[in-house]
Design a protein around this ligand. Structure first.
Ligand SMILES: [Zn+2]
Ligand SMILES: [Zn+2]
Length: 402
């Protein structure tokens, strides 16, 4: 069999799975679970992997699942990672697969990732005899700021056997369905959360001269923080500083004595991040002092930048071009959103790529984390086709073709 026809087979095998993929995805969508609560989801995954004859490990990083598919001959270990958690959002869609759990919604597409992972498992189990090496399926809990990747790493997901390459994908509503973006280097930013506590002196709204106004201090801090990216970061670098919340005050005629602000820092470069943290700390402490009050800041890292290995990204692009055509593949995309796939890619070279899932004509283009988020399910077999072909190529070797 020649290489081209094998690729064609995998693509058509993936599209033959479409109905099943939709069933899985809609079932997960109806029954979303928060990070580390994915008991139902992970048990469905584990049962499916077991039914395919895989060696399955559950409870990894609390609710994570690992499945090992051994090929017929020894070879490298390829890790595929899929996240399973939903978000604390009340779904506003009116589909027949709308979330049945109040206040919980698959608004990032991790239901699609889990379904794609199960589809690849099914497809690759059928091609087991052609595989030279091991395929390690990693179904991860708690991606949404919960530290699920680290929890699995602590539970030794990257050992016994250690993967040589790690691959993963994210459905992406910023792009039309079926477009693949697999960049080299930094593709998703490092994320930090900061909390600022302002201390003033409360009192009567009509007696400002006797008070230190925490609302005024907080406001000046917000404005001054805008100078960090604009004036302190090298324009050739990329960074974001966002204040997301301010809480202060109790009544119109009371000068608030405290204020609390939270926000996020997004960067790709560790030195840029350090500079930003230093500048923010200076601004917060000194602005408060200048206005007669005080302030403290705490910065906590959520996840590092997601950095793709050059060769792995090139490999994924080549595969995606074969499967989808060159006009549907780009290396040119990055986002300031963050992902804890970064924790795996910091330890194992690999590639995390985006596959477009939006379809504006069908009204399926709401942003991720929006209560109207939904995807064009055409993305499901395409995601399976690209990743399955990548795996087949990596573990099948070119000698089995022609
Ligand atoms: Zn998300
Ligand atoms: Zn996500």
């Amino acid at each position: 069999m020649n290489q081209q026809s094998e690729i064609y087979n995998l693509k058509s095998e993936a599209s033959a799975l479409q109905a099943q993929l939709v069933l899985w995805r809609r079932d997960f969508h109806r029954h979303p679970e928060w990070g580390f609560q994915e008991f139902r989801t992970s048990s469905i995954v584990a049962r499916h992997l077991s039914s395919l004859g895989m060696e399955v490990q559950t409870g990894v990083g609390k609710t994570g699942v690992i499945g090992l598919l051994e090929g017929s001959q020894p070879g490298p270990v390829v890790m595929l990672r899929f996240d399973m958690d939903a978000l604390p959002i009340q779904e506003a869609n009116q589909t027949d697969y709308v979330s049945q759990t109040p206040g919980v919604m698959h608004a990032c597409g991790h239901d699609a990732h889990t379904a794609i992972g199960m589809g690849i498992a099914q497809l690759m189990a059928q091609h087991r005899d052609e595989l030279k090496g091991t395929l390690k399926f990693v179904f991860q809990p708690g991606e949404e700021g919960c530290g699920g990747a680290l929890a699995m790493i602590k539970d030794r997901v990257l050992e016994d056997p250690k993967p040589e390459i790690a691959l993963g994908l994210h459905v992406w509503n910023d792009q039309r369905v079926g477009l693949v973006a697999a960049g080299s280097g930094g593709v998703m930013a490092a994320a930090d959360i900061f909390t600022i506590k302002v201390q003033g002196k409360g009192g009567h709204g009509a007696q400002p001269h006797l008070c230190i106004d925490a609302v005024l201090i907080a406001s000046q801090i917000v404005v001054a923080l805008q100078s960090v990216v604009a004036r302190n970061v090298n324009p050739r670098q990329t960074a974001v500083v966002t204040v997301g919340t301010i809480h202060s005050g109790t009544a119109f005629n009371i000068i608030a004595d405290t204020a609390e602000l939270t926000g996020t820092i997004r960067t790709f470069d560790a030195l840029v991040r350090e500079d930003i943290v230093r500048r923010i700390t200076d601004i917060v402490e000194n602005t408060a002092r200048a206005l007669g009050g005080g302030a403290t800041i705490e910065v906590k890292a959520i996840s590092p930048a997601t950095i793709n290995d050059d060769r792995a990204a090139q490999f994924v692009r080549e595969i995606a071009i074969e499967v989808l055509g060159a006009e549907r593949v780009t290396a040119d995309q990055f986002t300031m959103t963050a992902e804890d796939m970064s924790e795996f890619l910091n330890r194992v070279p690999g590639c995390f790529f985006f596959i477009g899932s939006a379809n504006a004509e069908k009204g399926l283009n709401a942003a991720h984390h929006n209560p109207h988020f939904d995807i064009d399910e055409e993305v499901l077999p395409l995601g399976v086709a690209v990743l399955a072909t990548a795996v087949w190529r990596y573990l099948g070797g070119k000698t089995t073709t022609n």
